[in-house]
Design a protein. Structure first.
Length: 258
């Protein structure tokens, strides 16, 4: 697997930190890694972008960016408003192939969700993944509402014949609520793909050394780590059974007649 496209069910859900974790684990295993950010939005000249952050967190990684637009909008909209040329799926695929010729692994990190428009023709990250024949790793939030957006993203991938590598929770809190705990069991069913990791909340604030040391514990073996979904879920038993089962109708009737 030379190229992995990292997408998500929305924005600000941890795609960059998950990308960095995958890169950190791969470099620790001796693989050369490049991260490609096709369109960086909401960042001005000289400011730190997502590719820069992946390099900072993961260490020895090649960072590449095809275009930068100052307003925090969908890439196609941001390009139009800035009066700049957009980046299309074909350009993304070409850049990824060039990086793949020189690296063992290329991670292509999208902007927002899978079907956010890149250009006026309606090109998307999904189109780039299809051109590359690359699997898509989907980053999802932990909480209420994630099952629907995860299922919709999975459906869009299947409709386009694109492989879904799996799902990673982008930010897992120290004290997850009931919905989050239940989602550990439900996310793989909604995605139709395995749960491949859970990155702890605040991981992006770690320094490089601490991040690289911890990253393998956040990702499953399929991504090079040692994270075990069953072991992780077992820490949250409420995900599988209510804390106290309600009495049956017959038991209620018996009690009423006693």
């Amino acid at each position: 697997m030379t190229v992995i496209v990292v997408s998500g069910t929305g924005t600000e859900i941890g795609k960059t930190v998950v990308t960095a974790a995958v890169a950190a684990v791969a470099t620790a295993a001796g693989r050369s890694v490049a991260v490609l950010k096709p369109a960086q939005t909401g960042v001005g000249p000289g400011e730190t972008g997502d590719a820069d952050e992946v390099v900072r967190l993961s260490g020895a990684v090649t960072g590449a960016e095809l275009a930068r637009f100052p307003e925090p909008l969908a890439p196609g909209t941001a390009a139009r408003r800035a009066g700049l040329a957009p980046v299309g799926p074909a350009e993304v695929a070409e850049a990824a192939r060039k990086l793949a010729a020189e690296h063992d692994l290329v991670l292509v990190e999208g902007a927002g969700g899978l079907l956010v428009r890149f250009d006026e023709e309606g090109g998307t990250l999904a189109d780039a993944a299809r051109l590359l024949g690359a699997p898509v790793l989907v980053v999802v939030p932990a909480g209420l509402g994630t099952l629907n957006s995860t299922a919709l993203t999975a459906e869009a991938l299947r409709a386009r014949g694109i492989e879904q590598a799996g799902v990673v929770i982008g930010s897992w809190p120290a004290a997850p609520d009931l919905a989050m705990r239940c989602n550990l069991a439900d996310l793989p069913e909604s995605a139709g793909a395995p749960l491949l990791g859970a990155v702890p909340e605040g991981a992006g604030a770690l320094d490089t050394e601490a991040f690289r040391a911890a990253a393998p514990s956040w990702l499953a073996p399929a991504l090079g780590g040692g994270w075990d979904p069953a072991e992780f879920a077992a820490r949250f038993p409420a995900a599988f059974a209510p804390e106290s089962a309600p009495e049956s109708a017959s038991e209620s009737a018996s009690a009423a007649g006693a």
